[in-house]
Design a binder for this molecule. Structure first.
Ligand SMILES: Cc1cc2nc3c(=O)[nH]c(=O)nc-3n(C[C@H](O)[C@H](O)[C@H](O)COP(=O)(O)O)c2cc1C
Length: 400
């Protein structure tokens, strides 16, 4: 990635270029950084980059010609131009992600008194780093460069970037290091338990509490942030193939099943049902018959998950499998958002074609004819959570 900064104070960047992250990335050629003095694009011996405003008023205004001349010299087809100015939209972590994808970023540092409005015609975006006035856009340009540079592939360890504040729409969870006991203030026991699942859940809950306490606005933000969290969950969810035997909390299972009820469905008929199996004896029976149908010897097709939610749809309903698949999707997403693992396990259709399973439905009070769509196996994840899988290319065809 290349960052070009247009400034009237190039000397301000001297120490910034020496900061470890920036210096290291320049050395390894991950980053090319050029600091361009706008004065170099002004004619005349005074190299005057500003002038008084038309219509009167205090202060001096950054002129349009030198900025445009500088842009003409350095701008290429792949350049994205940003102007740092108090009027811009507030810069956020999601902008850092977006900007870090560009090959060439040009950052124009605004001037404390203002700039000729015509400069904005040459920029793609205007950013501010907060509602206060600084002497110029130099410090904001450093803020943007550093926050973005950290996200460029190969710049930092992936885990340290993903776990940080703002990355999950929450502040980061609290951290502790030695000593264990500081004047009677001890490190929470769960962090010493060695139980990774318990630590993960504790951290998530603490991150929520921290955000609620210090940045309530992040939780209350409506619209696109909420939407982004859903999209994030959609992209992060993975099928889990290693579960702990421990039973998840009843209220979590209830929330997951409830989310299943809200799936879109053909004609609004709600022609699906769910059988929630937490009973170990029945769970193991289903495991056995599912393995038999699949032809598995010595393998649990449910990967040890203690909860099996079976989704069924009305047999004579023409949308039955579509409806059932959407319920399954809701269940898996809801489980993911509660920090639980899930996976779709097949062969529900074959199971519910057998008299034994039809009898099972009758025994639990289900009337009518039902077709098995899928099993959603749920439980605590044992081991590492799989990361996202790169999506196959060329699967979207736009007709605009
Ligand atoms: C209709 C359907 C049936 C599936 N059946 C099984 C199954 O029987 N056993 C299994 O291990 N995974 C099963 N899966 C999980 C897929 O293998 C998994 O979704 C796929 O590899 C993509 O991985 P991801 O869910 O982590 O993105 C099924 C998924 C779907 C959608």
């Amino acid at each position: 990635m290349k960052i070009s900064i247009l400034t009237i104070c190039p000397e301000q960047f001297k120490s910034f270029l020496k900061t470890p992250l920036i210096e290291r990335n320049i050395k390894t050629s991950l980053l090319q950084m050029e600091i361009i003095d706008i004065r170099d694009f002004v004619k005349g011996s005074f190299r005057k980059i500003d002038d008084s405003p038309y219509g009167g008023g205090p202060g001096m205004i950054l002129k349009v010609e030198p900025v445009v001349k500088a842009l003409e010299k350095i701008k290429q087809d792949n350049s994205h131009v940003i102007l740092m100015a108090p009027a811009g939209k507030t810069y956020k972590q999601e902008d850092a992600h977006r900007l870090s994808e560009h090959e060439h970023l040009i950052i124009i540092c605004g001037h404390f008194e203002g700039f000729d409005q015509r400069i904005t015609k040459y920029v793609d975006e205007i950013f501010s780093i907060g509602d206060y006035i600084l002497c110029g856009g130099e410090i904001p340009a450093m803020v943007i460069s550093e926050s973005m540079m950290r996200l460029v592939d190969g710049s930092m360890k992936k885990e340290s970037v993903l776990d940080e504040s703002f990355e999950n729409g929450l502040l980061e969870y609290p951290q502790y290091t030695r000593p264990y006991d500081y004047n009677g203030d001890k490190v929470p026991d769960v962090l010493l338990s060695g139980d990774h699942e318990a630590i993960r859940r504790w951290r998530h809950e603490e991150a929520l509490k921290m955000t609620e306490k210090f940045r309530k606005d992040m939780i209350e933000e409506k619209g696109d942030r909420k939407m982004n969290e859903v999209i994030k969950a959609l992209k992060e969810r993975r099928s889990i193939r290693n579960f702990k035997p421990d039973m998840p909390k009843k209220e979590d299972i209830e929330q997951i099943v409830d989310a299943g009820l809200y799936a879109p469905n053909g004609m609004g008929y709600q022609n699906t049902i769910m059988v929630v199996v937490t009973n170990k004896e029945l769970r193991d029976k289903i495991q056995k018959s599912n393995a038999e149908i699949g032809g598995y010897v010595d393998r649990d097709p449910f990967y040890g998950a203690p909860v099996i939610i079976i989704v069924l749809a009305k047999k004579d309903w023409r949308n039955n499998r579509y409806d059932g698949a959407l319920v399954m999707g809701n269940l898996m997403l809801a489980a993911h958002s509660l920090g639980l693992g899930s996976i779709w396990i097949n062969r529900a259709y074959e199971e519910f074609e057998t008299p034994e399973y039809q009898q099972l439905l009758k025994d639990i009070g289900v009337d009518g004819e039902w077709e098995g769509v899928g099993h959603c196996a749920i439980g605590y994840i044992d081991g590492d959570v799989p990361g996202p899988v790169k999506r196959k290319e060329n699967r979207i065809y736009w007709v605009e």
